[in-house]
Design a protein around this ligand. Structure first.
Ligand SMILES: [Zn+2]
Length: 300
């Protein structure tokens, strides 16, 4: 559905979800928490035109998508509580103030590409409270990439270990550095060879090597996803590898993207992996990611 910015529907409610999976005979809980919503230009979600034109078409487009969720995934792993990305915070709704230390053009681009909606009660600390957890309980925060809708909850985790890909950290695309906390010094992950089918390279997040950080470049050059190998199936916490599952199945490329060729290759790898191992595919902004996790519905 398409909407003019001034008449986008109110943000749909995306209910938090909780499910249980098996890991070596033990129950492990996984939660999907909706930490804000974001509506983007239709040409931001779906590529129109080639090369530079596809970028211009984002700024020029009139219409926005429906508000999409910003999912944060919480894994009650036996080795400790792990969260994937941190969602938005409500300060980001005042773009001029929030991005005041960024360039005029950066603010212009941001304001003409997307619009964020989140109240204080939906920030990650409050969402964790709703499932009887608190930020201090978190052992590890893993970032798929460093766009603001994935890092804006970092402020709640000053004492926690934070991990991000080495390449993403050193060569960030479109990252607003002024909003990173001053204490932000993540562990930078370097993939290791021969760790997983299809993707080959991965960094094992857990000692059990059941949670793997795999390269899924395209959205950013250093973008990664997490693959959780449970007893019965795999779960792919896909960040912004695509905006929704349908894009991977149909090969539709997103407009906001650093490298379209790499995105197409990432789609092929995701499909090849899902052919080998039953996989639930969970992009951050897919309205149906929560339901697919609950219903255990696989990519293919
Ligand atoms: Zn995102």
């Amino acid at each position: 559905m398409e909407h003019r910015k001034d008449i986008i529907n109110p943000s749909p409610i995306y209910e938090n979800v909780t499910t249980t999976v098996k890991l070596k005979g033990k129950d492990v809980k996984i939660h999907g928490l909706c930490v804000g919503t974001v509506a983007v230009k239709t040409t931001f979600k779906t590529k129109r035109g080639n090369g530079f034109l596809s970028k211009i078409n984002i700024l020029l487009a009139k219409y926005y998508t429906e508000y999409m969720p910003i999912w944060v995934w919480v894994i009650e792993h036996p080795e400790g509580l792990i969260i994937v990305d941190t969602g938005e915070n409500s300060d980001s709704m005042e773009v001029d103030k929030y991005l005041s230390k960024e360039s005029w053009y950066a603010r212009y681009q941001f304001k003409n590409a997307c619009t964020v909606k989140i109240g204080r009660e939906s920030e990650i600390n409050k969402q964790l409270q709703k499932i009887n957890l608190k930020p201090e309980d978190v052992k590890l925060v893993v970032l798929t990439h460093m766009y603001l809708d994935h890092i804006d909850g970092l402020k709640y985790f000053p004492k926690q270990e934070i991990m991000v890909g080495d390449f993403e950290y050193i060569h960030p695309d479109n990252v607003f550095k002024s909003i990173l906390p001053s204490w932000f010094k993540p562990n930078k992950l370097i993939y290791k060879a021969d760790k997983i089918e299809v993707f080959n390279e991965a960094f094992p997040i857990t000692q059990a090597e059941d949670l793997l950080y795999v390269p899924t470049p395209g959205h950013t050059l250093g973008h990664s996803s997490l693959i959780f190998k449970t007893e019965d199936f795999d779960i792919i916490f896909a960040g912004d590898s695509s905006y929704d599952q349908q894009q991977v199945l149909s090969g539709e490329l997103p407009g906001a993207n650093t490298d379209y060729i790499k995105t197409a290759e990432t789609y092929q790898k995701l499909l090849a992996y899902a052919k080998l191992r039953k996989s639930i595919y969970l992009p951050t902004h897919d309205a149906n990611s929560g339901q697919r996790l609950l219903n255990k519905s696989f990519l293919i």
